[in-house]
Design a binder for this molecule. Structure first.
Ligand code: G6P
Length: 367
């Protein structure tokens, strides 16, 4: 059957709003409800023997991989190497026996990623893929197939495939952590409980749609926009900037909050909005002080956070968007929503072709 937009204006908008449903659908196939543990598909090698993970992907899928790097290192204490697929093969990466190579792709056909997969296979790596199209080349060539259940994604700019990738990668991180003796069964159960809450948290984030649509009018006139984030939310700053570039054609850059003082701060003036992703936690105060450096230079800040006293922290900001309180493992999924919505609404204000932005293709099958 043809896929319809229903009451939505664009496929991208529909896909953003589908996220609670498709993330829940994806998680269901990775969680065993009887004992609240993570369950992966059957395969015949021992994950506890993996010594290193190499992650390769392109575009938005690459940013999902960057988040996974934080998770695999933090929870499973596994060293992770990550690269964009177009760079990977040409630097002749060191691939030692016993390595797991992980490829992330919505389409499963991106030429650079597929070539990197084949290169890793030739070099004796075990191949895992997180892919949305189960009949794709990558799905067929994998040793371990980890499907996302996002359903067909029509909008060229990826949204629901990204959050579903993160859901699978979070489950994989927990599984690897248990296998490597870095996480107890009780901690695993806790984490699974949190993961099960993700769709509700996504709904809470989606409830800010009107607010973000109104804010989009303030961002649309900008020529440049900066996105800041730290730790596992730094990749979300990169993804936010990518979404805005892709569909609104506004130049945007994502930066690690603490790195701003080494360059981008020179750009800050009243004309450059700065979107700050600042989940509460040990790094929150540091991010707030980065934000004050922006404000002191006349920069207009949009603060996206779940921190207590957000109104106070956000005093003098252009706007604040309050996120639901969630486990740090889930924060990247939840923070994806406001950056997607912001890009979407800015593009609508600018009147661009949201679902088919100029010069971009849904799946890039040339190198
Ligand atoms: C294209 C699309 C992006 C996507 C990237 C990777 O550039 O426009 O939205 O993130 O390819 O695609 P993949 O199918 O490998 O995830």
């Amino acid at each position: 059957a043809a896929i319809e937009k229903g009451h939505f204006r664009h496929f991208m908008q529909k896909e953003i709003f589908e996220q609670p449903t498709v993330v829940a659908q994806t998680l269901r196939s990775y969680i065993r409800r009887v004992d609240q543990s993570v369950a992966l598909p059957q395969f015949d090698f021992d994950l506890s023997q993996i010594r290193r993970v190499t992650i390769v992907a392109c575009g938005t899928s690459y940013y999902a991989g960057l988040v996974a790097k934080y998770w695999f290192e933090q929870f499973a204490r596994l060293p992770v190497d990550i690269d964009v697929a177009s760079e990977f093969r040409y630097r002749d990466p060191v691939l030692e026996p016993g390595g797991l190579a992980l490829f992330i792709s919505q389409s499963g056909e991106t030429a650079d990623t597929l070539a990197a997969l084949r290169h890793c296979k030739e070099h004796g790596q075990t191949i895992a893929v997180v892919v949305n199209v189960p009949t794709s080349s990558m799905a067929r060539e994998a040793d371990l197939l980890l499907p996302t259940h996002a359903g067909p994604e029509i909008g060229v700019a990826s949204t629901k495939a990204f959050t579903c990738q993160l859901a699978v990668l979070a489950a994989l991180a927990a599984h690897l952590a248990v296998k490597r003796g870095r996480m107890s069964r009780e901690e695993e159960r806790d984490l699974v409980d949190q993961l099960v809450e993700t769709p509700a948290a996504l709904n809470a984030a989606l409830a800010h749609d009107d607010e973000i649509a109104a804010m989009a009018h303030l961002i649309a006139p900008a020529r440049d926009v900066l996105y800041l984030g730290r730790g596992q939310d730094y990749p979300l700053a990169l993804e936010g900037a990518l979404k805005l570039k892709e569909i609104s054609y506004i130049h945007a850059e994502g930066y690690a909050s603490g790195e701003m003082k080494h360059g981008p701060i020179a750009l800050i003036d009243e004309a450059v909005p700065v979107i700050v992703l600042a989940p509460s936690g040990p790094l929150f105060e540091k991010t707030v002080s980065n934000m004050q450096e922006v404000r002191a230079r006349g920069g207009k800040v949009v603060l996206i956070s779940d921190a207590e006293g957000l109104a106070e922290a956000g005093e003098g900001c252009l706007a604040t968007i309050e996120m639901p309180k969630v486990h740090p493992l889930i924060a990247p999924l939840v923070y994806a929503v406001p950056v997607q919505l912001l890009a979407y609404h800015v593009a609508c204000v600018k009147g661009t072709d949201v679902d088919q932005p100029r010069n971009l293709a849904k799946s890039v099958t040339v190198e």
